[in-house]
Write a new protein. Structure first.
Length: 202
């Protein structure tokens, strides 16, 4: 299962920080590619999308910030950030209205943390789960690739190829030739083949 914003909210370390979703954004099931902390105003220039960014609330009041909170949120949304997480424990204990409004405007999920938990603990816990999921997915791909290669090595015709692929993936399979006609099919695609061939008749 892909690690999403929703699953991060149920992560043990993350829950210790008493998270509150201030703005749900586009979708809590949005995948999270990585969790990290960086309080630079121009952090978006270092992002590639899918990140969950954690910052202290006090960072929003940094004297060396030159833009508005709205511009900050807009830059994160444009970079494809999955969610912005703000610790609301010391100094800034309430999510700024401008930040909330901008998050709603740009569809960025905004989460407040009401208790202090070392960011490194949250990052390590969630990122470990992400890596484990990636390794599990890669293992499944490798296993499927090996099974497919072994199965296809024993086939002697196109019909056997269709049956092998259908059996491996548990799906219906249709193999088309160069002019778009169904060469062979397996599973429920037999009926699909009949419908497609009727469409190709002059």
């Amino acid at each position: 299962m892909t690690v999403s914003i929703r699953s991060v909210l149920h992560n043990t370390q993350f829950k210790r920080a008493d998270p509150v979703v201030q703005v749900e954004g586009k979708d809590l099931d949005t995948p999270v590619r990585w969790v990290f902390t960086n309080e630079r105003e121009d952090v978006s220039s270092f992002l590639s999308g899918g990140e969950m960014l954690i910052i202290e609330g006090n960072a929003l009041l940094a004297a060396d910030w030159h833009g508005t909170l709205g511009q900050y949120v807009a830059s994160l949304a444009q970079a494809g950030v999955a969610a912005l997480v703000v610790e609301l424990v010391e100094g800034v204990v309430r999510m700024p209205d401008e930040l909330v409004s901008a998050a709603r405007l740009h569809g960025l999920t905004l989460i407040g943390l009401k208790s202090r938990v070392p960011f490194v603990d949250i990052c390590q816990s969630v990122n470990t789960a992400i890596v484990h999921e990636q390794m599990h997915l890669q293992l499944e791909v490798d296993t499927m690739s090996t099974s497919l290669r072994e199965g296809l090595s024993r086939t002697g015709n196109i019909e056997a190829v269709a049956e092998t692929i259908a059996s491996l993936f548990g799906e219906s399979v249709a193999i088309f030739d160069g002019d778009g006609s169904v060469g062979r099919s397996s599973g429920s695609c037999v009926r699909c083949r009949q419908r497609i061939e009727r469409r190709h008749r002059p």
